[in-house]
Design a protein around this ligand. Structure first.
Ligand code: PEP
Ligand code: MG
Length: 883
């Protein structure tokens, strides 16, 4: 097998670049080389090597050593420098590169190939002794951190002490001598912490770094990142080794990162940051505040330091040409790293740029309008889950704001929460249900779990391309970065801005769209859903086959969902209507009644209430199907559980306290989820379902008469296991319908169907379909009952199950396609074998999960039903599933 693929200097072994083989970074380096862009020569060790490395107990086969030597020779041939040559040394960078960018992994080692001898050669050939020693100390620092795993802080500290000793304020004040002394100190630190001298053999350095990249694939951070992002562990990473070019060789050198369009708004304008006389990591790490790329951006921000367009007009013009070439080549917005070494432009990286949901939408729609991609491709370009960001409220522009400070608008959305200063606390408090804002000087990959748990992220340092900004955008968390006036005191657990101090636990609000940081919670408003969003939805609807309904029972939710494009209601949970303060008493009287007569008396009070509920929903959903599920939960849920409530409830219901307690005790169940609930209630107390059915049909007739448009009720029976249960319940429903129709002198079309949420129902779907006119898969209960995992208690161990790879994702969030999915497939087949036009839908939480929706498309369901805010997500996911 070939493991090493060369690129640069007219060579591109990988051709157009296969991401699975070469990783994203490697494939794109190869791609850039193949279209003649100026890429420093190098080679990629493929992901297959990573897999083999782990298969063979973390060791390398002999053959790959020869291939790597060959790769180094390729770089030497083009640069004319030799690796380890004391006179004119070749220096390389070593970077990880998985199929998708993974901030959890070892990232980069720069300047590899420097040692006590070659540093002299670098000084001589560059004519810059200071630069050479600075490069060497950077190399030792990075290598010690990412390859040797030594304490990063002690190196930082040594640098601070060195500056203080010399009375320097900035890194740039350090002289060659100062750097050389720091190198000695760094080497001492390595010896002290590692127990061995810093490796002087350049080949040892190289293999150390290669091993560290492959090793980082299985680091805890990488594993957390993979789990959060659903990246399989067997993909492996590639390693990229590439000739160094230097952005820190004086005033004609620079380094920068850029996007071919604005990653925050999607606007078609080059967007980026650069630093003169700096090395790549300086821009990303937020150590120095970068300068703008374009004149327009600088002027807009009212910034002084010249933009690249102004400071280096010729190189900038070439860069702009490269941007356009890359966009046309990759047909997507690109995120680019470049370096200018003494006036010559080098491209270090390109990849499809991470973007906010808003930008993703705009870019997809714009590119389709520009003719760069098709409408269908545009539909495929937007991550449905990311739409969430756009659908959620933003700050009320008219609400008063107590603005503490302003940083960069790094990731949009507004969030309020209690201030926390570290990732672990963020995670702990979030688990307790608190909304938290993670406040850090800057973030690093170690903070990922805390960023995920937080509602928003605020950092004191770092630009729009800092770690915090990039990761937050990817996660859809609002983020304000680089709020420079923020002074964080981690020990005292507070931050100061001016003369104000905000302590841990106090509430702040951040606005990721403006960069504002406010004290207290600021109210929010609903988003506008016109423009690009509307356009993309229209395109999505053109390709979509699955219908999208909503799970809703309140008028507000129904309106919201309809506004989001819901094509009916897939699940109206009637029990939610029973908790209303005015009705709960009648519900309790019904439960507490001694006999059927008593129950009927209580139900009679509920009937008009239910009727008006349904009438309101039918009107909102005019012309669309509305699935109403009859009562489902065990009755004890409606009774008080606290001693303190008994008195009041007993008075309201007109039942003695003792009788109330006795009934509550009678209704107690050991396992209520498998107890007296669902259609079992309807079987034992048919009058309950009869009342609900009457309310449905009376409301339907009423609305038909009032609006001239008859609603289409679909009456749904929960928790059916057998055909006979459904037969009995259908009989109750049909009789109620006939009674109402006779009474009102008007008929309405309706369906009676069942939920499929028990394994037996799925297995006997063929028989059940003889009675039921539709099936709706209740995948919450079906998951619970198929796995034998309680949906209310699963949280305690499911993360471990996901960590250990037992489930790829939480099966209550994303359908267990192999297990539960098989039951659904089977039920669909058996049901349709009986009744070819049987209507099939899904109304569990999975109906709003893109991966599960893809499964529903493949299985040939007719619709998915999702909570209102997930309706647009479902529309887009359904379209993508059909592409
Ligand atoms: C289900 O079980 O999937 C369902 C939709 O019903 P509920 O969540 O109300 O039990
Ligand atoms: Mg259920």
């Amino acid at each position: 097998t070939q493991y090493v693929y060369r690129f640069g200097g007219g060579v591109s072994d990988g051709g157009q670049g296969d991401k699975n083989l070469l990783g994203g970074k490697g494939a794109n380096l190869d791609g850039m080389a193949s279209i003649g862009l100026p890429v420093p020569p190098g080679f990629t060790i493929s992901t297959e090597m990573c897999t083999r490395y782990y298969a063979e107990g973390q060791s390398f086969p002999e053959s790959v050593r020869a291939e790597v030597a060959n790769g180094i020779a390729h770089i030497e041939g083009i640069t004319g420098k030799r690796f380890g040559d004391a006179a004119d040394p070749l220096l390389v960078s070593v970077r990880s590169g998985a199929r998708v960018s993974m901030p959890g992994m070892m990232d980069t080692v720069l300047n590899l190939g420097l040692n006590d001898e070659t540093v002299q050669g670098l000084a001589a050939t560059s004519g810059d002794e200071r630069f050479a020693w600075d490069s060497y100390r950077r190399f030792i620092q990075m290598y010690s951190d990412v390859v040797l795993g030594l304490d990063h802080g002690s190196f930082e500290e040594a640098l601070e002490i060195a500056k203080e000793d010399q009375g320097h304020f900035l890194d740039t004040d350090m002289t060659a001598d100062d750097w050389q002394k720091l190198v000695d100190e760094y080497k001492r630190l390595v010896q002290e912490q590692w127990g061995k001298p810093f490796p002087q053999d350049v080949h040892d350095q190289l293999w150390g770094a290669i091993g560290a990249v492959f090793g980082s694939w299985e680091s805890d951070r990488a594993k957390v990142y993979r789990r959060l992002n659903g990246i399989p562990g067997d993909w492996g990473t590639a390693v990229n080794v590439q000739a160094m070019v230097f952005g820190n060789m004086g005033e004609t050198s620079a380094t920068g990162v850029a996007f071919t369009r604005n990653p925050s708004t999607g606007e078609r304008a080059y967007y980026g940051e650069f630093l003169i006389n700096a090395q790549g990591e300086d821009v990303v790490a937020g150590i120095r505040t970068p300068q703008y790329l374009t004149k327009v951006a600088r002027e807009e921000a009212n910034a002084k330091p010249l933009s690249m367009e102004e400071a280096m007009p010729e190189t900038y013009a070439e860069l702009a040409r490269v941007f356009d070439l890359l966009e046309t080549h990759y047909r997507d917005m690109q995120d680019i790293e470049f370096t200018v070494e003494r006036g010559k432009l080098w491209m270090l990286q390109t990849r499809s740029g991470k973007r906010t949901a808003k930008a993703a939408l705009k870019i997809a729609v714009d590119m389709a309008n520009e003719g760069l991609i098709t409408e269908a491709e545009a539909v495929g370009r937007v991550d449905p889950a990311a739409l969430d960001q756009l659908l959620h409220p933003t700050l009320d522009p008219d609400a008063p704001r107590d603005v503490l400070t302003k940083g960069l608008p790094a990731s949009p959305g507004a969030a309020s929460g209690a201030v926390v200063f570290d990732a672990d606390t963020a995670e702990k408090r979030a688990e307790l249900g608190d909304a938290v804002i993670l406040v850090r000087i800057e973030t690093s990959p170690e903070d990922i779990h805390g960023m995920h748990a937080a509602r928003g992220i605020l950092t004191a340092r770092g630009g729009m391309t800092s770690h915090a900004a990039v990761v937050a955008r990817g996660m859809g968390r609002p983020c304000v970065s680089g709020a420079g006036t923020l002074a964080i005191d981690g020990k005292a657990k507070l931050f100061r801005v001016g003369d104000r101090a905000i302590k841990e636990g106090e509430i702040i609000t951040i606005d990721g769209a403006t960069g504002e940081v406010m004290a207290g919670a600021v109210p929010t408003v609903q988003p506008e859903l016109a423009g690009d969003f509307g356009t993309l939805m229209v395109w999505a609807d053109k390709v979509r086959r699955l219908k999208v309904r909503t799970n809703a029972e309140t008028p507000l939710d129904c309106r919201t969902a309809r506004g989001f494009g819901a094509e009916g209601i897939g699940l109206c949970r009637t029990e939610h209507m029973f908790f209303d303060a005015a009705r709960i008493t009648a519900v309790r009287q019904m439960i507490l009644a001694a006999d059927e007569k008593g129950r009927r008396a209580a139900l009679a009070k509920l009937l008009p209430e239910q009727r008006s509920d349904f009438a309101e929903i039918f009107e909102i959903m005019a012309g669309l199907p509305v699935t109403i599920r009859l009562l489902d939960p065990p009755l004890h849920e409606f009774l008080p559980h606290e001693e303190s409530e008994f008195d009041e409830v007993s008075q309201a219901a007109g039942v003695g306290v003792e009788a109330l307690k006795r009934r509550a005790a009678e209704l107690h169940e050991f396992n209520p989820m498998l107890g007296h609930r669902g259609c079992r209630l309807g079987v034992t107390y048919p009058e309950i379902y009869e009342m609900q059915a009457r309310a449905i049909f009376e409301a339907a007739v009423e609305v038909a008469e009032k609006t001239g448009e008859a609603p289409i009720p679909e009456v749904m029976v929960p928790l059916v296991a057998t055909k006979r249960e459904l037969e009995l319940m259908k009989d109750v429903i049909d009789k109620a319908a006939e009674a109402v129709f006779a009474d009102k002198g008007r008929r309405i079309d309706y369906l009676v169907g069942t939920m499929i949420e028990l394994p037996r129902a799925a297995l006997k779907a063929g028989e059940i379909a003889e009675v039921g006119q539709f099936f709706s898969f209740g995948t919450n209960d079906l998951t619970q009952t198929t796995l034998g995992v309680s949906r209310d208690d699963a949280g305690r161990f499911l993360t471990t199950y996901v960590d250990k790879g037992i489930f790829a994702r939480d099966p209550f969030v994303s359908l267990d396609v192999e297990g539960v999915g098989e039951l659904i497939r089977l039920a669909a087949q058996r049901g349709r074998a009986t009744k070819p036009d049987l209507k099939l839908g899904i109304c569990g939480e999975h109906g709003g999960d893109p991966a599960s929706i893809a499964f529903c498309e493949q299985t040939g369901l007719d619709y998915v039903s999702a909570s209102p805010y997930r309706v647009p997500i479902a529309r887009l996911a359904a379209a993508q599933a059909a592409l």
